[in-house]
Design a protein around this ligand. Structure first.
Ligand code: NAD
Ligand code: ZN
Length: 369
C-alpha cells in the first residue's frame, strides 16, 4: 500500500504519496485536491512514451480531463525562458482557466519548469508533482522551489510555488538508467547524514534501494522527503544563514565546484558530484577535528558500495586545485565573500561554517587529488 506523508508548507498542508502503482490510481489520488476535474500535463519526450499512458489512463478513469499534453525535450537545456514561454502558450492555447491544474510528469527539469509555468500562468494555477527520477522524488519535488536558468546562472529566475500533492510512484524508477538512479541516491545519503537514523538505514538497506527493490525505494523516498520537508518548514524562504535550508547544501560546496568544472557536459552528474562532495566534507570535518578520523572512510565506503564515486580520484577527469578553489570562492551560497561549508560531527549532527581556512581546503584537495 502507498505511504502518505503530510507536509506543512506554504498556505496549506499537502501529502507526499509514495509507493508502487500510483500512476494507474492518479485520478483517485489527485481528484480530491483539485478545484476542477481538468489538468494539463507537462512532461519530457523521453518520459512521455514510458509513463504518460499510465498517467493518462489513471486520470481518465477518475473522469479528469486532460486539456493538453506538452512534452519538452529532455535535459537541462529545457529549463529556459523560451521553453517556458512555449509551455505557457501551449497551456493557454488549450483553454486553461484558473481552476485547471498543471501536472508535472518527469524529473527535476520538468518539475522546475512546469512548476514555474504554474506559478506565473494567470498569476498562479494549482500544481501537482509526479516525479519520475529518484532525484526528483527525494529532493526537487519537495520544498516549492521552481524556476529556469539564465545566462547569469542556474535557477536565477523562479518562484516558490507549492504543489497540491506529490505522487512519487516508485515503479517509474524501473525505467531510469542505473547511473541516474545512483546519482539520485546521493541525495538520500546526504539526507541520511543530516538525520542519523536515515544514515543507519542507508548503510543497511541503501544497496537494496539502488538495486531497485520497491520496499527499500519507498522507505528511502519517504524518509528523505520527511527530512527535507522538516528542514524546509523551519526555513521556507532560505532566510537562515546558519542552520535551516543551508544544511541541505551538505556536500554541495565541493559538488558545485566539480560540476561547474565538468561544465554540465554529462561527464559528471549532479548526484555524482554531490557524492564526492559528501566524501570531501567528511574528510574536511576530520581534518578540522570535528569528527573521528575513521568517519570519512565510513562515509566513503558506503557511497562506494552503492556504486557512486566518492573521491576526486574516482572521477574520469582531473581538476586542478586552483580551478576548484576558484569555483568555491565564487559559490552563490557564500556570504560576505567567505566560502561556506556544511561540516559534520557524525551522522545527524551537521552544522554550517564560514570560517574554514582556505589552506585547510587546499591541503585536503592536494592530498585527495
Ligand atoms: P532530469 O529531469 O533531466 O532527468 C534526468 C534524465 O532522466 C532526463 O533525460 C529524463 O528524460 C530522464 N528520465 C526521467 N524520468 C525517467 C524515467 N522514469 N525513466 C527513464 N528516464 C527518465 O534530471 P533530474 O536529475 O531529475 O533533475 C535535475 C534538475 O532538478 C536540475 O535542473 C536541478 O536544478 C533541479 N533541482 C531542483 C530542486 C528544487 O528544489 N526545485 C532541487 C534539486 C534539483
Ligand atoms: Zn543536490
Amino acid at each position: 500500500p502507498p505511504r502518505r506523508l503530510p507536509v506543512g508548507l506554504g498556505e496549506r498542508t499537502y501529502d507526499v504519496v509514495v509507493g508502487p502503482g500510483l500512476l494507474a490510481r492518479a485520478g483517485g489520488l489527485i481528484g480530491p485536491v483539485l478545484p476542477a476535474r481538468r489538468v494539463v500535463v507537462v512532461t519530457d519526450s523521453a518520459v512521455a512514451p514510458l509513463h504518460l499512458p499510465a498517467l493518462r489512463a489513471g486520470l481518465e478513469a477518475a473522469g479528469i480531463a486532460i486539456l493538453a499534453e506538452i512534452a519538452v525535450p529532455p535535459g537541462e537545456a529545457s529549463k529556459d525562458f523560451s521553453r517556458l514561454q512555449e509551455v505557457l502558450e501551449g497551456m493557454l492555447g488549450a483553454g486553461v482557466d484558473r481552476r485547471t491544474a498543471v501536472v508535472a510528469l518527469g524529473g527535476g527539469v520538468v518539475g522546475d519548469l512546469a512548476g514555474f509555468a504554474a506559478a506565473v500562468a494567470m498569476r498562479g494555477l494549482p500544481f501537482v508533482q509526479v516525479p519520475t527520477t529518484l532525484l526528483a522524488q527525494v529532493d526537487s519535488s519537495v520544498g516549492g522551489k521552481t524556476g529556469v536558468n539564465l545566462k547569469a546562472g542556474k535557477n536565477l529566475a523562479g518562484a516558490f510555488h507549492q504543489p497540491r500533492i506529490v505522487l512519487a510512484d516508485t515503479d517509474t524508477l524501473a525505467t531510469l538508467p542505473l547511473r541516474e538512479l545512483r546519482a539520485g541516491y546521493a541525495e538520500v545519503a546526504k539526507h541520511g547524514l543530516l538525520h542519523g537514523p536515515l544514515w543507519d538505514w542507508c548503510e543497511t538497506h541503501g544497496a537494496a534501494a539502488v538495486a531497485g527493490e520497491t520496499g527499500a525505494l519507498t522507505h528511502a523516498v519517504l524518509e528523505s522527503c520527511r527530512l527535507k520537508a522538516s528542514v524546509v518548514a523551519a526555513d521556507e524562504r532560505e532566510e537562515s544563514a546558519e542552520g535551516g535550508r543551508a544544511l541541505l547544501n551538505l556536500g554541495h560546496t565541493f559538488g558545485h565546484a566539480v560540476e561547474a568544472e565538468a561544465r554540465f557536459d554529462g561527464t559528471v552528474l549532479h548526484g555524482e558530484a554531490v557524492a564526492i562532495g559528501l566524501g570531501l566534507a567528511a574528510s574536511l570535518s576530520a581534518r578540522l577535528g570535528h569528527c573521528s578520523q575513521e568517519w570519512p572512510s565510513r562515509v566513503i565506503a558506503h557511497l562506494t558500495t552503492v556504486g557512486l564515486p566518492a573521491r576526486i580520484a574516482d572521477l574520469p577527469r582531473r581538476f586542478t586545485i586552483e580551478a576548484l578553489m576558484g569555483r568555491m570562492s565564487k559559490d552563490k551560497k557564500n556570504r560576505d565573500g567567505r566560502m561556506r561549508f556544511v561540516l559534520m560531527r557524525g551522522a545527524g549532527d551537521c552544522f554550517t561554517s564560514s570560517d574554514v581556512p582556505a589552506e585547510a581546503v587546499t591541503a585536503l584537495l592536494r592530498d585527495e587529488g
